[in-house]
Design a protein. Sequence first.
Length: 311
Amino acid sequence: MSEWAIECSGLSRSFGSVRACEELSLRVRAGSVFGFLGPNGAGKTTTIHLLLGLLEPSAGNATVLGHDIRTAADQVRLRTGALLQNAGLYDRLTAEDNLEFYGRIWRLPTAERRTRIRELLEHVGLWERRNDLVSTWSGGMRQKLGVVRALLHRPALVFLDEPTAGLDPMAAAALREDLAALSEQEGITVFLTTHNLSEAERLCHQVAVIRQGRLVAIGSPDELRRQRSAPRLEIVGSGFGDSVLEGLRARPEVVAVKLAGDRLVIDVRAGAESAPLVGQVVAAGASVEEVTRPRASLEDVFLTLMEESNG
């Protein structure tokens, strides 16, 4: 079995003069959770449609689970699951009947189908509600059922396109926990698009960031933080006047200084020590209550990448 569930090389797709996906080259390790991040219109959904063989590439190529998306798209779709922007559920059927329907489409034997349905619904806490019409369910419950539908036939790879979009924070957190547990338990590869950067930070082993169809960064969340964010020092206190700010900005190890209420935020170069900077702030007459060296979030990195790629 290949180490890579997905391999893309120069993958491109145009719609007239619009380049929705441009020379995308990346690899997704089998068994990992891969986050695909970008603003609206960046090309995330188009990329999923290309990888599923639902769209023909304008240029480049890709393999999914070892199958070429141009010549063996049917094999790709047989071996993958997908929760796209439409959950693919029938409102007038019960949850169990929805899954029975899809299980028959996948030609799962009766005993296996019923065992699998119960197993997955119990895992996401929906077994007791299996006889409810889907039309009576909340958005979070419907999304959970959509994930179960995508996993029903035990695919090696599942595509999830914005699975928590539109959910309230509690429903989104519950679905995230289910996704993390299911991906580990099932041993599958997850290709996840999301706008929720904290979600990607918690779930993903590796993330790729795209803008206007082009890949701008790829790596683990920790790698991207190290590569793209300046070390930061935060000082809480009072008396941060112009003399304090100007004195810090004159130091060679300081990249940027920002005052936010009672919090002084100082971006510094790698290897810079905190003590001389704090000492200078105190010497300039400020009062210091707390000093921290916070770690940049994936959201900080994402915003930096968007600014760089827009420049």
